[in-house]
Design a protein around this ligand. Sequence first.
Ligand code: UTP
Length: 293
Amino acid sequence: MPIDLAVVPVAGRGTRLLPLTKSQPKEMLPVGRRPVVQHVVEEMVRSGVRRILFITGAAKSAIENHFDIDAELISHLRESGKEDLLAELAFERENVDYYFTRQRRQLGLGHAVLCAAPMVGDDPFVVALGDTIIGLNDSSDVTRRMIDEFDRRGADAVIAFQEVAAEDVVHYGIAESEGKPGDVFRLKRIVEKPAIKEAPSRLAVAARYVFGPRIFETLRTTQAGKGGEIQLTDAIEQLIAAGRGVYGVRLAAGESRYDIGNYESYYRTFLEFALADPQYGGEVRAALKRMLD
Ligand code: UTP
């Protein structure tokens, strides 16, 4: 059965981006011309997803509004002779159904995913973090590749990984592969935010997952881990320990992960997308050069 459902957790408080995120979702921050979460949704649609379930929370209603069809805005643009701008709203007409449920307490990513269980049932599904874009300007098909591997291998989980610098392993779930890891590899272990010396590799979880229903069974019994949160990584580690088929898919060269969850990476992400803007990229580059000279 083709996978057509993506769970997009967007309920986190985004405290590392305060005060920006006090009353607006970090997932709505602009990256180039689109809010982050629109990049994520468009990647899902390219991968064959037709149902999106947002795990949302307080102060996140802008996300629901963004994916509504705004008939009033459409007629305003028509009546004021701005028909050319209607193309900017084309995403509203994607062939997708949106669903929303609340994570009523922010108990961590694992808990956010578990909130999807009543709707997902026994269907396999994608999880795509709402604050992370993969690939510059719609260039990534990693979710499509992950879905293919999930089907081909009859897996319980497939996870995207990207190689990071040694000093960055402390921020991510890190993989230990069975044997030398190729583009696709079987996981022997996964460790949440290890110390540099304890990291089994530099392969870091990259914000995209495909799961079968066993992940819910596991999450139901997962205790709070690092940071007092229910960690998705801990549930994945339990799947591996139980001998389930858990595989990694590496991002290809040039298929970067843009996680906008802290200022340093948000600034870099915005800059890279602004430089790649087909209309204004050249001017931004020239202005930047002037600033740096
Ligand atoms: P993060 O851990 O980066 O988000 O989660 P956060 O908790 O908002 O960040 P800080 O540390 O306070 O700055 C990655 C993704 O998972 C979602 C977030 O919304 C984000 O898209 N998330 C995280 C949830 O939906 N619920 C949670 O309990 C935690």
